[in-house]
Design a protein around this ligand. Structure first.
Ligand code: AKG
Ligand code: FE2
Length: 479
C-alpha cells in the first residue's frame, strides 16, 4: 500500500516536470528549453528554522544515482535529512550509502568491535541489548563520526530498526557553534589542533573549512574521544595538558548546550537519519541505553561514507584577483557555485542570504561590485566557467540606473531587452551570459504563474531555467 502511494506521487511529479519542459509559457510556442534539475519527485519540509528537513515521497530502495545525487545535495544544504517509513534491509542500506560515496568499513575503527550479529563490516548494529548490537555507542559525548581517522566521515546514516520512547539522537549545527565564540576565544581556538583520544597520530585543525560548503566548522569529539590537544604557534607545536584540553572541551560543550539549537530526534521504527557529518555534531540521548526490560529494544543500523580529504583551514574556493581601478590595491571575485546547493528549480538564496553566504566564507566579503568594463570582463570569465547566472551587489530601483549601495554606477552592461521588470518589479541585479546584466526580483518569485527563477537563453543558444548563485567580492585577498 505504502509503496503504491509513493509511486503514484512519483508518477504525478514526473508528469508535472514534463509539462514544465516548455519554458516559454507566454507565447505557447514549444521553444527548446531545459530544466536541468531532476528531483525524483520528493518533497522537503524543514524540521527547524536553522537546519534539518524531512523528505517525503521517496523510497530509498529504488533511488537511482541522479536521485541520490540530489538527496546528497539536500543533505549538504539542510545538514541532515529524515526519511520515515523506510523498509530497508541492511543490503539495501549499503546500496543506498554507496550511491552517496565510498562506504567506510565500520569495523576498521578501533572503537567499533565486530558484533557477532553484524552481517557485514560496512554496517554497525547498535543496541541497548548487547545480544542484538554494540551497546553504549555514541552516548559518551557530543561528536562527529570519523573522529579517529584522518578525515571525518562525509555522511552518517542511522536506520532505526526498533525504537524506544526515550532514546533520541540529539543533533546540533556546527557553523552556528563556531559563530558563537568571542573574537578572543576564536583567535585562541584557531591555533588549536584536535587530537584523537583513540589514536594520537590522528590530528587536525580544530576549526576548519567545511570541505564542500567552505564555511567554518569544528571537529567536535568531546570526553574520552579527545586526546591532549596541540597548540600550534608559528609552526611550533606544544602539547597541552589534560586540564588545558578539558577547558577547551568545556568551552565547546558550553556553546552547544547554551545554543538553543539542539534538535532532538525521537525515533519511530523505520526512520532513517542522514547526517552530513562535518556540518553537525550529535550524541545518543541519555535514555538510549536504558535496559531492554524497561525500555524495550533499541536497534540501529549504522553506515557511513568516508571523508575524502583531511580537514584544512584553507578553503577550496578559486579567487580571481586583479588591481584594476578603482581597487588598485587589489580586489578578488569568487563564485559560490560549488559551495551552495539548490537541487530544485526556484529554490535559491535571496540576495540578502547570498550576501550572508559571501560573509560566511570571508568576513570582509560581500556580493561583487562591478564598477567598469575591466572588472566586468573578469567576472564574465567566472560566469562563463560556471555556466550559471550570479547575483551582483547592485540594485536597479528604476529605469536603467544601477546603484552599488548609495553610489550610482557610471558603467552598465545590460543584456538585450533588459532591464524589463518581468512578472513584477525587479530591483536586484544578476550577471548572465557573456557577462551581461539582467534585472531580477531580490528573491525567488512565489506568485502563481510566475517563473520562480530566471529563464535565460545561455551562450550555447539553449534556453534554460536557472537558479542564481552568489558572485562574491573581497578586497586585498592574499592568494
Ligand atoms: O545511537 C545513536 O543515537 C547515535 C549513535 C552514534 O552516534 C554512533 O554510533 O556514532
Ligand atoms: Fe555518532
Amino acid at each position: 500500500m505504502h509503496r503504491l502511494t509513493v509511486s503514484i506521487v512519483l508518477l504525478m511529479s514526473i508528469g508535472v516536470s514534463a509539462v514544465e519542459e516548455s519554458c516559454d509559457r507566454h507565447s505557447g510556442i514549444q521553444t527548446e528549453c531545459q530544466v536541468p534539475f531532476s528531483t525524483c519527485g520528493y518533497t522537503l519540509r524543514p524540521l527547524s528554522s536553522k537546519f534539518g528537513a524531512e523528505v517525503t515521497g521517496v523510497d530509498l530502495t529504488t533511488v537511482n544515482q541522479s536521485c541520490a545525487d540530489a538527496l546528497k545535495q539536500e543533505a549538504l544544504m539542510y545538514r541532515f535529512l529524515l526519511f520515515r517509513d523506510q523498509d530497508l534491509t541492511w543490503q539495501e542500506q549499503i546500496k543506498f550509502t554507496n550511491l552517496l560515496g565510498a562506504v567506510f568499513s565500520e569495523t576498521s575503527s578501533l572503537r567499533r568491535p565486530f558484533h557477532p550479529k553484524t552481517p557485514d563490516p560496512r554496517i554497525a548494529y547498535l543496541s541497548n541489548d548487547p545480544l542484538e548490537g554494540i551497546p553504549g555507542q555514541g552516548v559518551e559525548a557530543w561528536h562527529v563520526d570519523g573522529n579517529s581517522v584522518p578525515a571525518p566521515h562525509q555522511f552518517t546514516l542511522i536506520y532505526c530498526v526498533s525504537a524506544t520512547r526515550n532514546g533520541p539522537t540529539l543533533i546540533v549545527p556546527l557553523k552556528e557553534i563556531v559563530d558563537m565564540f568571542t573574537p578572543e576565544e576564536r583567535a585562541f581556538l584557531d591555533s588549536i589542533r584536535y587530537v584523537s583520544g583513540n589514536n594520537e597520530s590522528i590530528t587536525m585543525p580544530l576549526i576548519y573549512k567545511h570541505p564542500v560548503r567552505n564555511y567554518d566548522t569544528i571537529v567536535v569529539a568531546l570526553g574520552l574521544l579527545s586526546g591532549q590537544y596541540i597548540l600550534r604557534q608559528d609552526d611550533h607545536d606544544t602539547i597541552l595538558s589534560k586540564e588545558e584540553t578539558q577547558r577547551i572541551k568545556d568551552l565547546i560543550e558550553a556553546k552547544i548546550i547554551g545554543s538553543n539549537l539542539i534538535y532532538s530526534h525521537q525515533y519511530k521504527s523505520k526512520d532513517l537519519l542522514l547526517l552530513n557529518n562535518p556540518s553537525v555534531a550529535h550524541i545518543a540521548g541519555p535514555g538510549s541505553q536504558n535496559p531492554v526490560e524497561v525500555a524495550g529494544l533499541r536497534l540501529m543500523h549504522r553506515s557511513t561514507v568516508r571523508g575524502d580529504r583531511p580537514p584544512s583551514k584553507t578553503s577550496s574556493i578559486k579567487y580571481a584577483c586583479a588591481q584594476f581601478e578603482p581597487f588598485a590595491s587589489g580586489y578578488c571575485l569568487f563564485s559560490l557555485k560549488d559551495s551552495v546547493f539548490y537541487p530544485r528549480y526556484g529554490f535559491f538564496d535571496t540576495r540578502d542570504a547570498a550576501r550572508q553566504r559571501c560573509k560566511s566564507i570571508d568576513e570582509g566579503a560581500d556580493l561583487a561590485t562591478i564598477p567598469n568594463k575591466k572588472w566586468n570582463n573578469l567576472a564574465k570569465t567566472i560566469i562563463e566557467r560556471t555556466g550559471v547566472p550570479h547575483w551582483l551587489n547592485g540594485t536597479n530601483p528604476q529605469e536603467e540606473d544601477v546603484f552599488w549601495g548609495e553610489v550610482k554606477s557610471e558603467f552598465t552592461n545590460w543584456h538585450r531587452e533588459q532591464p524589463n521588470d518581468h512578472d513584477g518589479p525587479e530591483v536586484c541585479l544578476i550577471m548572465g551570459p557573456f557577462g551581461t546584466w539582467l534585472d531580477l526580483a531580490c528573491e525567488p518569485k512565489t506568485q502563481p504563474g510566475a517563473d520562480p527563477g530566471p529563464v535565460i537563453t545561455w551562450e550555447d543558444g539553449v534556453r534554460r531555467k536557472f537558479n542564481v548563485y552568489p558572485l562574491c567580492g573581497v578586497l586585498h585577498k592574499q592568494s
